[in-house]
Design a protein around this ligand. Structure first.
Ligand code: NAD
Ligand code: UDP
Length: 322
């Protein structure tokens, strides 16, 4: 199979490239490196089945190569990134998705959209099943990300219904692991980098807000199965780990596992920060036979050495919201 992955130099995109190469596919990665890093792909320098195109997918892309599948993962994903890049975020979710759907249609390729738990906003239903429509503030700071993904889902369904394109929508919940940038700004990378550097962990608000953290290998397996599965059709599928933790609990766990006794520093809670978030993964269990295997503790144990190396060798630091 020949697969195109947008956002290939990013955290999830680069792991997906590896996964499809393992299955003997040819992979074309597309990335403009706005939040990605070439180092995530440097192990593929001599891999003849992989090609990287440096291109902004918010601009049209015409390819002569035949494609069997497109996985659209390009988008700033960390709140720190999309708050810095609001217009690029809206464009890649809207124009970028439209362009990639057009390419999929021209090639008769299956299309998978990387959507997000953010489509549920600050949810009033808990845990969140796929048939919950969400609670999003379109004009708040996070609206640029939430609405771009909601638009992307609507556009994907329109191509499915109008052009009979084979489409899949993965609603991905907070995922962490190696290849995240140390200064990505998301909570897991921030806390690990801060603990390793001996700096206080920056907890926003009182730390009572919850998230459900999925280890990258589990997520990649879920996306891979969803791409190939016939069962779910075009309906969205939640992919995430239903284990739910408060941010304060995560801080304690990271401190323990990193062997660090740094202080906790309270910072203001960002506007519209969801109070709870936890996936209902019944659909993924039923149609994909998938559920996460790696606990938060085990996933953090696997992830800490990656960030420790970047801190020790390169003096990497975290990034907090102003
Ligand atoms: P990331 O920032 O590490 O990767 C995103 C990649 O997309 C980067 O390499 C970036 O350079 C590239 N990109 C952005 N805009 C582009 C454009 N216009 N043209 C070409 N490339 C572009 O983020 P990630 O965590 O790997 O997220 C990947 C995808 O998964 C995103 O679509 C995100 O919304 C989705 N997602 C991730 C999570 C998570 O927890 N990691 C959760 C929900 C959804
Ligand atoms: N957070 C925090 N300290 C940080 C970074 C994030 O307390 O240094 C909190 C943030 O306010 C949110 C949660 O951790 O409640 C998850 O934030 P993240 O940026 O990882 O992703 P989100 O789930 O908000 O998209």
């Amino acid at each position: 199979m020949r697969i195109l992955i947008t956002g290939a130099a990013g955290f999830l995109g680069s792991h997906l490239v590896d996964r499809f190469l393992e299955e003997d596919c040819r992979v074309i990665g597309v990335d403009n490196l706005i939040t990605g890093a070439l180092r995530n792909l440097e192990h593929l320098e001599d891999e003849p089945r992989f090609t990287l195109l440096r291109h902004d997918v918010s601009l049209p892309l015409y390819l002569a190569d035949e494609l069997d599948g497109i996985l659209h993962f390009a988008s700033p994903a960390s709140p720190a990134d999309y708050l810095d890049l609001p217009i690029q975020t809206l464009k890649v979710g809207s124009l970028g998705t439209h362009n990639m759907l057009g390419l999929a249609r021209a090639q008769g390729a299956r299309f998978l959209l990387a959507s997000t738990s953010e489509v549920y906003g600050d949810p009033q239903v808990h845990p969140q099943p796929e048939d919950y429509w969400g609670h999003v503030n379109p004009v708040g700071p996070r609206g640029v990300y939430d609405e771009s993904k909601r638009f992307a889902e609507a556009m994907t369904m329109a191509y499915h219904r109008t052009h009979r394109l084979e489409t899949r929508i993965a609603r991905i919940f907070n995922t962490y692991g190696s290849r995240m940038r140390p200064a990505d700004g998301r909570v897991v990378s921030n806390f690990i980098v801060q603990a390793v550097r001996g700096e206080p962990l920056t907890v926003y608000g009182d730390g009572s807000q919850t998230r459900s953290f999925c280890y990258v290998d589990d997520l990649v397996e879920g996306v891979f199965r969803l791409f190939h599965a016939e069962g779910p059709g075009a309906d969205p599928v939640n992919l995430g780990n239903p284990g739910e933790f408060t941010v304060a609990e995560l801080a304690e766990l990271v401190r323990d596992l990193a062997g660090s006794d740094v202080a906790i520093e309270r910072r203001p809670l960002p506007q519209d920060d969801p109070q709870v978030r936890c996936p209902d993964i019944t659909r993924a269990r039923e149609v994909l036979g998938w559920s996460p295997r790696v606990s938060l503790e085990e996933g953090l144990r696997r992830t800490i050495p990656y960030f420790r190396r970047l801190v020790t060798e390169e003096g990497a630091s975290a990034r907090t919201l102003e």
